[in-house]
Design a protein around this ligand. Structure first.
Ligand code: URA
Length: 210
């Protein structure tokens, strides 16, 4: 497997993902589980944050203690489903800056259409984590990362819940420098661009829309 592709196969993640997949799982439970899993994925994706040391005083003595170095990381939600991953990650990394890329999928061409773009400044100096629960065709992820690179980002990672092989191939071909972290890789995409077996439309399931 590519060193740029990580599957977080922790039993707790897999168990929670299986519950999310079930058609009988409620909107509230789906949202809660997504938030929980996002923290495991964030734990994995932040593994290589740069570190520094500072001298601190414990109640016993002074020590050189490790702290995260550099500019605050930038968390970029690919709207709208990316928002379901934000809160959980922000709980772990409360000082992260947050940006939004609004792309909707033209249901005929499956191509992304941009309608919103607002990101933190100095992206060139930050670790940038783009988040979207579903890496399906990869069109949105590729388009979002194109935009982030145009804004100066050079250190980008992509965090998703579920990926299709087609989406991984597309993203890796367009942006081979962008590591992907996911909880699972499913079988394939269907004719409508949905991941099979998947979990349906992540946005609809987390927001209770149809
Ligand atoms: N987006 C979703 O929400 N679900 C899929 O299966 C594919 C894209």
């Amino acid at each position: 497997m590519s060193p740029h592709l990580t599957i977080v196969d922790h039993p707790l993640v897999q168990h929670k993902l299986s519950i999310m997949r079930k058609i009988s799982t409620s909107t509230a439970e789906f949202r809660r589980l997504l938030r929980e899993i996002s923290q495991f994925l964030a734990y994995e994706i932040t593994r290589h944050l740069p570190m520094t040391t500072q001298t601190i005083e414990t109640p016993i003595q002074s020590m050189d203690a490790p702290f995260i170095d550099g500019k605050k990381l930038a968390l970029i939600s690919i709207l709208r489903a990316g928002n379901g991953l934000l809160d959980g990650i922000l709980e772990l990394v409360p000082s992260a800056r947050v940006g939004f890329v609004g792309l909707y999928r033209n249901e005929e061409t499956l191509e992304p259409v941009q309608y919103y773009y607002k990101v933190p400044d100095e992206l060139d100096q930050r670790m940038v984590i783009a988040v979207d629960p579903m890496l399906a065709t990869g069109n949105s992820a590729v388009a979002a990362i194109d935009l982030l690179k145009e804004s100066g980002a050079t250190n980008i990672q992509f965090l998703c819940l579920l990926a299709a092989p087609e989406g991984i191939a597309h993203l890796q071909e367009a942006h081979p420098d962008v590591p992907i972290v996911t909880a699972a890789i499913d079988s394939h995409l269907n004719d409508h661009g949905y991941i099979v077996p998947g979990l349906g439309d992540a946005g609809d399931r987390m927001f209770g829309t149809k």
